[in-house]
Design a binder for this molecule. Sequence first.
Ligand SMILES: Cc1ncc(COP(=O)(O)O)c(C=O)c1O
Length: 436
Amino acid sequence: MDRQEILEKQRAYLWPNHIVYYTEPLPLDHGEGLYVWDVEGNRYLDFFGGILTTSVGHNNARVVEAVRAQVGRLIHSSTLYPNANHVALAEKMAEITPGALQTSFFTNSGSEANETAIVAAQTYTDNREIVALRHAYSGRTSLTMSVTAHAAWKMGKSFSPDIKHAINPYCYRCPLQMTFPSCGIACAQDVEDVIRTTTSGRIAAFMAEPIQGVGGFITPPDGYFQIVGAIARHYGGLFICDEVQTGFGRTGTHWFGISHWDVEPDIMTMAKGIANGLPMGNTITTSEIAQALVGKGLTLSTFGGNPVSTAASLATIGALEEEAPPAQVAVIGARLREGLEALWNKYPLIGDVRGKGLMQGMEFVTDRASKEPAAQAVVQLFEETRARGLLIGKGGLYGNVIRIAPPLTASADQVDQALEILDHALAAVHETLGIN
Ligand SMILES: Cc1ncc(COP(=O)(O)O)c(C=O)c1O
């Protein structure tokens, strides 16, 4: 099928509310490592990895081989029958997650993983209310859209009244107009205020992403999660950590983002980078919490833990251990960050650079004093980077943040190439807008 035919069929047969990037959508054909090719044979350096999902690169040989072998053996069994990949992966998850996290429930997406976590927390604590953060993104089911705190991402009418939102630690646009560290992380206290003023006083959980992904890579300051974790527990709640974007070494140094804050969650959810693109979610918790759910209702997942996705996930983690362990991601991420800060020095449209490891964001503003969001500049930057062969992501409540998150196997050379393309693309955007 050529480009035109794909776009016509997309318009005719797929719901038009699917969001697609670029003024003229980009149909992809194949990939290899850090590169993807469109149907016309143009090559792109992929610095968004299918939304932080192709963690070990497109068509990673190890993952392809594991999937191929498993497809020829057994594609499906359901959770009614144990299989070796399923239990081996659960064991691996217990090994790489922090603290007492030990037992997994595999599903098919981040939304399902979060839904599973919320139901588990409510059942375990016998409390109903969940405190989440503004600017969160949690998924596309009704319950996870209730947790999501971006009006634009909430479709439908039946949001749960049990979800309350506290202000988030958005230092660049501090909701309290304060500055870190002199603020003393005052925003964290809002979690307590929300519990005391908008809930029954006993919560099921506090739920947050270590770095808010769709929110625009908003990165809480050191110390934040120690405070909010303690508040949640004081009011009877568990700490659910949504590692859907931040997991599997994405933030460098540690396997999971929350370890940068040295906090151990009671429940952790993950998806995206878990299986290099095969559909999978996981909700991992302590043995004690999982055991307490027994007898509280039957549950299964038809596709969860299926032999093919679990084979892909085991191969993905194996490839990460060998080709891109968290310590290496920290080094490559630091190189990327240094390059982005150099661009910040050069281009006034960039208001903020933030993130950790290979999860780096740049927030665009019309001027640095007013911090007026520059969403149109980001739209233009997308076209300019595409024209030069670089794929990036977008985010933020105002659509003015670019998200840079290549496969974790990115080399120093590839990071340098991406920075060079960004440099040229930014120069073009500044020139178009008449900004020096
Ligand atoms: C932090 C976070 N949680 C949950 C989800 C939902 O995952 P999925 O799209 O796999 O349902 C996403 C998706 O972007 C996410 O970024």
